[in-house]
Design a protein around this ligand. Structure first.
Ligand code: RIB
Ligand code: CA
Length: 314
């Protein structure tokens, strides 16, 4: 049995972030969540840092340190997504305000200090929102880049095109300059774009399976995904909510569920029309070196049976 993978989850909860965090916390044999860093994204930082603590309490894991990070992107005003996630960012279930405190210190300093304190290549970063905290840490302390084991992030789109503009996925769109820094950093990156996350839809049967877990976690996840799905159902006519962020933590547990290709990915930062577009050289038509494993497909049934089985452990 190999030791569990040490990870920092950087997040902007968001119902799908919540499910990703719950899956990680339900999988101690494979994942050790050493810290959670909140970033502004789906909703402002004041709510994402609160929601991260709400989720830790729902999982009964109040020992996990939660830090607040950057409250705005590097170069743009913050764009949020209450139209998708509701005003609180966790609309759906009625979860109590957190009792656990926010941990003192800025998330960026926590990321830097943690990567310096742990052996090189022993900590994985799992960004689930805009990449502002990660990019700021890389800019402030370039020495940590070579110490990162891997970055497994949810963001971007290629064949699936955008969800917040015709060209861009939300996480990258909110802070394209941060994404540009991360994708050019040289760190090992695995990308979960909309191309794969739109293939893990919470159908009614899958939502019923969450509810049939018969626990507060199962009930909360069922309510979160019922709330969260209405946007995608109206927009895409899709049958259920796409579980974007849980693809990141599921990959850590069962990578064989996913398939992708090592390609070059560059971020559009200059054009207002295509700001935040992830230009993936899927057909290798440029001489730009591959810098990311870009995931395109998933065993959706395998994903949902893993997720449901693990959520039942909490
Ligand atoms: O575009 C989907 C991504 O944006 C997900 O991470 C969701 O939580 C939002 O942050
Ligand atoms: Ca997110």
């Amino acid at each position: 049995m190999t030791a569990p993978r040490k990870i920092i989850i950087d997040t902007d909860p968001g119902q799908d972030d919540a499910v990703a965090i719950l899956l990680a916390l339900a999988s101690p044999d494979e994942i050790e969540v050493i810290g959670i860093t909140a970033v502004a994204g789906n909703v402002p930082l004041s709510l994402t840092q609160k929601n991260a603590r709400i989720i830790c309490e729902l999982a009964g894991k109040t020992h996990i340190p939660v830090y607040a990070g950057c409250e705005r992107p590097l170069a743009h005003t913050l764009v949020t997504a209450e139209h998708v996630h509701g005003k609180s960012g966790l609309d759906g279930p009625n979860l109590p305000d957190p009792q656990m405190q926010l941990t003192e210190g800025h998330a960026v300093d926590y990321i830097i200090d943690t990567l310096r304190a742990h052996p090189a290549n022993s900590v994985t970063l799992c960004p689930l929102g805009p990449l502002t905290n990660i990019a700021t840490a890389f800019q402030k302390a370039p020495d940590i880049i070579g110490r990162v084991q891997e970055i497994i992030l949810m963001g971007g789109a290629y064949f699936e095109v955008g969800n917040i503009t015709p060209a861009a996925e939300f996480n990258i769109y909110v802070d394209p300059e941060a994404a540009d820094i991360v994708f050019k950093s040289g760190a090992h990156i695995v990308v979960m774009p909309l191309d794969v996350t739109h293939k893990v839809l919470v159908t009614k049967a899958r939502n019923d399976a969450f509810r049939n877990i018969g626990s507060p976690v199962g009930e909360a996840v069922a309510k979160m995904t019922e709330f969260f799905e209405r946007y995608d159902r109206e927009k895409y006519g899709s049958e259920g909510a796409p579980l974007h962020d849980p693809c990141v933590t599921a990959y850590l547990i069962r990578p064989e569920l996913f398939k992708g290709r090592h390609v070059n990915v560059e971020i559009e930062t200059g054009s207002s029309l295509t700001r935040g577009m992830t230009v993936a050289d899927w057909w290798d038509v440029t001489d730009r070196a591959p810098n990311a494993l870009f995931i395109g497909s998933v065993d959706a049934n395998g994903f949902f049976s893993l997720l449901t089985q693990r959520l039942a452990q909490l």
